[in-house]
Design a protein around this ligand. Structure first.
Ligand code: 9WO
Length: 254
């Protein structure tokens, strides 16, 4: 997969993507990441990329011309078609379903805004999708771009090792891919001042362990993110596990 990032701080995005799973994907040749700086395409000695907003008010707006030249150069660098995605609080929320869709594409072009944002005429003319990673305002789209890159790259074939892939599979619940929250995890020591590891996890009964983990995932989703269960197509066995969890929880848990 190829990802082109347009940003006034392209090296910042490159650094975010340089370590861990995404860094490894680059080393394995499964991701090629390219940074493009609109300032390199700005005219004049001052290389201006921003100007004051029409209508007045505080802050600055990113100008069309340097962005257009920068985007044209990025597009021309490869014949592969790509949607241009603008990371902004005005975008549609990023979901795992959206991530899966984007992960299936051969190429993405990401635009990171700074200041108060990008001239709306450029957004209307060149942006295919506006995406938000959550309802908060940051100082720019670079961190959201790094988030999107991480989420998309870890779904590429060959990026995760076997253990990481298996762990990921367990988060993807039904046939619709509706995610549940994860179950709790424990490691050594089994006995600690902070508490005991649940006995079932030490029982060696793999079917009982799988059942307990599934029940915990369902129960925590019900407690913390009940709206996720509305969309999940639960099997009869799942509904029984959840009812048992609810019954225990009403009595104050165990
Ligand atoms: C600045 C601002 C100031 C006063 C009132 C409202 C305001 N909104 C913004 C604003 O949205 N600035 C953005 C900064 C312009 C585009 C790049 N920036 C950005 C992207 N901040 N937060 C994001 C972002 C992107 C994706 N998901 C979450 C947040």
């Amino acid at each position: 997969m190829r990802i082109d990032v347009l940003s006034l701080f392209p090296e910042f995005v490159a650094q975010c993507a340089g370590f861990g799973v995404v860094g490894r994907a680059q080393e394995r040749g499964l991701l090629s990441l390219h940074g493009w700086n609109p300032r390199d395409y700005a005219a004049g000695n001052y290389r201006r990329v921003d100007d004051r907003p029409f209508g007045g008010g505080p802050g600055m707006v990113m100008m069309i011309e340097p962005l257009q030249a920068c985007l044209d150069a990025a597009r021309l660098a490869d014949a592969m078609p790509a949607p241009v995605i603008y990371l902004s609080p005005q975008g549609r929320p990023l979901t795992q379903a959206k991530v899966r869709g984007l992960a299936g594409l051969p190429r993405l072009i990401l635009l990171c805004g700074r200041y108060e944002g990008v001239d709306e005429r450029f957004v209307e003319a060149e942006i295919d999708e506006e995406i938000s990673i959550g309802d908060y305002v940051l100082s720019g789209g670079e961190l959201p771009a790094a988030v999107l890159i991480d989420a998309v790259v870890r779904l590429q074939e060959g990026v995760l090792n076997d253990a990481e892939s298996a762990a990921q599979d367990s988060f993807e619940a039904g046939p619709d891919g509706q995610a549940l929250l994860d179950c709790p995890h424990y490691t050594q020591p089994a006995s600690h001042a902070l508490g005991e590891v649940p006995a079932v996890l030490r029982s060696g009964d793999h079917a009982a362990i799988a059942r307990w983990r599934r029940q915990q995932a369902l129960g925590r989703t019900w407690l913390r993110r009940p709206e996720l269960l509305d969309e999940a197509a639960l099997s009869k066995a799942d509904r029984a596990l959840l009812e048992a969890f609810k019954a225990e929880n009403r009595q104050g848990g165990s």
